[in-house]
Design a protein around this ligand. Structure first.
Ligand SMILES: Cc1cc2nc3c(=O)[nH]c(=O)nc-3n(C[C@H](O)[C@H](O)[C@H](O)COP(=O)(O)OP(=O)(O)OC[C@H]3O[C@@H](n4cnc5c(N)ncnc54)[C@H](O)[C@@H]3O)c2cc1C
Length: 400
């Protein structure tokens, strides 16, 4: 079979998930309005079609956040609109927070397909049967990307954006983030045969559900829901995710018919490592761009990919690391302004959050359940939980 990729590119993007797709799209946009008539060649590689179902995700995003990052959100990507969250405490007490239209449950497979096709139409060369196996050090103005799949080959790129998800290890040994910090096990199942409100997501907190993490139910539609959990890293050995999932399903949804179950890993700790070095940029999970407590990473990855592309376009014409350094730093500081600083504060508070006892959650839920739904705010839920064990306020001071 003939290799659809050329031997040399200006930019190679590894991974066509949210980070890689936004990076590729932003690079192609630069060709639409070339500076000084200059256009760039772009390769987008993935080891599999990024629209292959099921995507390892619960697919929940902030409605406002998605629209702010993606120029054109297609209505076909939206499975359901979320009008609020039902928090469930360890003893099963539900606390309902309502905010109509605040969230979206998206069809990531469709979104990935549309974005990949847009990138391809705009000129990116895509190969979704190309598993990258190695990225060389930067030598004589190039990095060599080796890949295997339907064809085995290699290409040279002047700039590489690694958006290949958690812990791929490209750039190992270089002074760059690796996406391997605080990686937590997650598991989700697509289930049918249970009842749930289709416009609310449900989050279950407590050691009996998912120690150090939480369990969830995110509706896909009226018939099928995404049910899953993430376990805090330090509990992963004592509470294996698969066993926790079986217990959660048996106890909470005994009638659930499991259609498929799949695992995943979430790199959800903040690190101070650089996001770029010597024409290698990292974005998304590959750069640990995940909220440490909510474990959300879709919009974070998209933002990271877009910012990486912006910085990469500035760096490509520069010769020395000294000239490039300010643009690497500006990538990091723009990321920090968008999500990074908040993630760092959340990361600092995470240990205390993870140690909240089941009794504290139950006490808070008991108080909150007595408050009329329309008067509940996220702030009130958070503060009531903290006041149910006042020492938490000091331990989680990084959040204030
Ligand atoms: C079970 C689960 C539920 C989640 N739920 C949510 C949620 O509801 N909301 C939310 O915001 N976040 C959620 N997340 C986190 C979110 O999925 C990730 O943070 C997000 O997908 C990161 O995007 P990315 O582009 O960086 O990486 P990915 O989405 O992982 O994309 C990486 C791409 O790179 C490809 N790839 C990997 N290795 C190679 C290689 N060697 N060569 C070529 N290609 C490669 C992969 O095939 C993939 O297409 C969840 C995560 C899990 C595991």
């Amino acid at each position: 079979m003939q290799d659809p990729l050329l031997k040399q590119y200006d930019f190679a993007v590894i991974g066509a998930g949210p980070a890689g797709l936004l990076a590729a799209l932003n690079l192609t946009q630069a060709n639409a309005q070339p500076r000084g008539g200059k256009t760039y060649s772009i390769a987008l590689l993935d080891k599999r079609d990024p629209w292959r179902e099921p995507v390892s995700c619960a697919e929940g995003v902030s409605a406002h956040g998605l629209k702010a990052i993606v120029p054109k959100v297609s209505s076909s990507w939206i499975r359901e609109t979320v009008d609020g969250v039902i928090f469930v405490s360890p003893n099963g007490t539900p606390v309902t927070f309502t905010q109509p239209g605040s969230g979206l449950l998206i069809d990531r497979a469709l979104m990935h397909k549309d974005l990949a096709e847009q990138a391809q139409r705009a000129g990116a060369h895509c190969n979704f049967r190309a598993r990258t196996t190695a990225v060389s050090r930067y030598t004589d103005g190039w990095r060599t990307v080796k890949y295997e799949g339907t064809v085995t080959g290699e290409l040279q790129a002047r700039v590489v954006i690694d958006a290949s998800g958690p812990g791929a290890g490209f750039g190992q040994g270089e002074n760059i983030v690796q996406g391997d910090f605080d990686v937590e096990p997650a598991l989700f199942a697509l289930v049918s045969g249970i009842d749930y409100p289709v416009n609310y997501i449900q989050l279950f907190f407590g050691r009996n559900y998912a120690p150090g993490g939480y369990a969830w139910l995110f509706p896909r539609d009226q018939h099928v829901a995404n049910v899953g959990l993430v376990i805090g890293k330090r509990f992963a050995k004592e509470a294996p995710a698969r066993k926790a999932m079986q217990d959660f399903l048996a106890r909470t949804y005994p009638n659930a018919k499991v259609e498929t179950m799949q695992g995943g890993a979430i790199p959800c700790g903040y690190t101070h490592h650089p996001l770029a070095v010597e024409n290698l940029f990292k974005a998304g999970d590959a750069a640990n761009m995940v909220n440490p407590i909510s474990r959300a990473g879709i919009l974070e990855a998209m933002k990271g990919g877009a910012l990486a592309a912006e910085a990469a376009l500035k760096v490509i014409e520069l010769a020395s690391e000294r000239e490039k350094e300010p643009f690497y730093r500006s990538y990091k500081s723009q990321w920090d302004d968008a999500y990074g600083k908040a993630n760092m504060r959340i990361h600092k508070a995470k240990a205390a959050f993870t140690n909240i006892s089941d009794a504290t959650f139950d006490k808070a839920a008991g108080k909150l359940a007595a408050i009329p739904k329309e008067k509940l705010t996220l702030g009130k839920i958070f503060m009531t939980t903290l006041w149910s064990s006042p020492s938490l306020i000091w331990k989680m001071r990084s959040l204030f």
